[in-house]
Design a binder for this molecule. Structure first.
Ligand code: HEM
Length: 180
């Protein structure tokens, strides 16, 4: 199975776009539907791509907490979703791996906070940075949940965005989705 995913906005796709909000930096243009595919799109409003990769920061202990709680995308009841492309600043990328880990996990508690929302929210992280020089984002984050967990997802976003890690986010777009 390909680890490369294209998220393409246009007239077709399984997901209906409910809203597109520029949280930081430039947004993305309005469109009706979003297609998630491993094949490059032929046309459409816009398209972003990212690759599922190995983990960078997770410790063995965190890994052993995450694995039994996390659910894969594609559950029948998970009809609400979000694509949140994120670009971090040059200051973030100038840090060393251990400094980034300290900010993300120890000081911002990203992994500990995220764990509280499993298994309700399914997630998949895609990396863009190593695909080329002209990628508009560093990460494409993908989430799916059942409609009754809408408040939980909003709360999760608010908690992460209030963290020290998010001071390094220079572009973030929130694309809210729904599937029939
Ligand atoms: C659903 C609960 C969540 C869990 C359990 C979770 C967990 C994680 C974990 C374990 C990593 C580190 C992966 C690694 O070791 O490389 C990570 C990275 C990341 N997560 Fe989350 N996360 C959650 C929600 C979110 C949300 C809501 C966002 C965006 C608004 C987000 C954005 C990111 C980004 C951008 C990275 C990459 C950070 C970097 O490498 O600099 N996460 N997440």
């Amino acid at each position: 199975m390909s680890r490369l995913f294209y998220f393409s906005a246009g007239e077709t796709g399984e997901w209906r776009i409910r809203s597109i909000e520029a949280v930081a930096g430039g947004g993305l243009s309005a469109a009706c539907r979003l297609e998630v595919s491993s094949d490059a799109p032929r046309d459409g409003a816009w398209s972003v791509r990212g690759i599922v990769s190995n983990q960078r920061y997770v410790t063995r202990v965190e890994h052993s907490r995450l694995v039994p709680k996390q659910e894969p995308p594609g559950r029948a009841q998970a009809t609400h979703g979000a694509l949140i492309p994120i670009k971090k600043s040059p200051e973030w990328w100038a840090l060393t791996q251990d400094e980034r880990r300290e900010i993300l996990a120890d000081r911002s508690r990203h992994i500990a906070i995220g764990l509280e929302y499993l298994p309700a929210i399914a997630r998949r992280l895609h990396h863009c940075r190593d695909l080329g020089e002209r990628e508009p984002f560093d990460f494409l984050t993908w989430f799916e949940w059942a409609p009754e967990h809408d408040p939980a997802f909003d709360e999760l976003l608010a908690r992460l965005r209030a963290s020290e890690e998010w001071r390094y986010v220079e572009r973030e777009v929130e694309v809210r989705l729904e599937r029939d």
